[in-house]
Design a protein around this ligand. Sequence first.
Ligand code: ZN
Length: 485
Amino acid sequence: MVRLSSAPPDPIPAPKRIYRGGGRLDSLPSVTHVPDGSMPDDGSYRLEIRQSGVKIVSGGAEGGRWGAVTLAQYSFMGCGFPVGIIEDAPTYPYRGLLFDCSRTFFETDELKTLIDCMSMFKLNRFHWHLTDDQGWRLESEVLPRLTEIGSVRSGSDFGRHHSRISSGGFYTREQVRELIAFARARGVQIVPELDFPGHCSAFLAAYPEFSCSGEPSEVRTAPGIYENVLCPGKDAAIEAVFSLIDETAKLFDGEYLHIGGDEAPDAHWKTCPDCKKRMESLGFTTTGQLRSWFTDLLAERVRKNGKKPICWNDAEPVAKDTAMQYWFGDKDAVRQFAENGGRVILSELPYCYTDYSYAQTPLKKCFSYRPEDFIPRERLLGIEAALWSSYAHDMRRVGFMMYPRAAAIADIAWNGGRVSRETSYAAFRTAFEALTPMFGSIGIVPAKLNRTDPKGPVRVMDFTRFWAENLTPSALASEIKNFRR
Ligand SMILES: [Zn+2]
């Protein structure tokens, strides 16, 4: 149970400064937006709440929006509006939420609900994971077989969930445009991800000639890491990816395009004559060099299209103007990348992945994450909460897993973990509880707060139950080994 303290709660993310003038307004008087050219146009805003009226002062439209969101949260909380001044500014420019639509296909109305919700927590980048081994979800005019073949799989085998019913789905270009406009109206830019050279079985099912062996492939029915990856030795394969990058960059209006690059085994590259020839011609001695070359090549193509590239850390970019998104693996390499002038987005699995059980990733653990203990602030582009949909097949489950953890990450995105996370955690929980009517209005059911920080035997039981439901016994054994407290 959460007890409301005597002081009414403040919004999430907690505003940086609140100067209380005494008293609260029961209802909102007239609200005016006041542009102030002296303020930065980075989402910062100042709220002046007086009996006579409320002013939202900002250097740009984004700040005006977040100021209005703060008022909306107070309104949902139903405890009135504090008279005084509120000053707020985001710590990081990139404040993301990743959502995987490959393992599970979600309807655009469901995505709208998620975007609605994230914008109420002032997250501003929807990282849309559109392509993976288990389904290609983005309509393409240049490579139509991607959706004809790559968007459908013959069944589903996720842990203990088995189905032999064929399933599929993709987003038409028209639906994508509609979603972009919907997000834009809520201060959210969509960051599309095309994942290459690994995690592209759906792509290779449609165009097997672009793998090393050229052998037929299938859209995968089970999660995993597959050795059949794109062949960077074949010019035609690279041209195909280029054409997708060009097409995707034109379709989306945001500043970023994500080129993936995670979990791509090099087993086939080592024996492929085309890959060997490519390495020889470039003077490479390792497949790691080939990987970095491929990543930089795609990133350059993204830049040519006027967008900024992002890749996963295991893509090993050399070009420093590619933003590196860290999720798991070699931390020293990421530190080195940042020290050499690169910029980093953090979505560390043990803190930012919301598809793991609350036993494994309790809310307090998310909330206590301090990104700047890892990467210095000036090298941090931002932080991102993530939900992979291998084990979240409907919106009920998505809501339960994503919230309140994504709200905790939003708080860090605005506050950088700067204040004592210990003392502010209680305030966060109180505020989250008070926002229940907001979730009701959006149509998302978050986890109850008595479920988010299980302790002792309950935690062990929750942990075991989660993996027992989702994994086979051998995979469960390896997860138990990785169980981090
Ligand atoms: Zn090859």
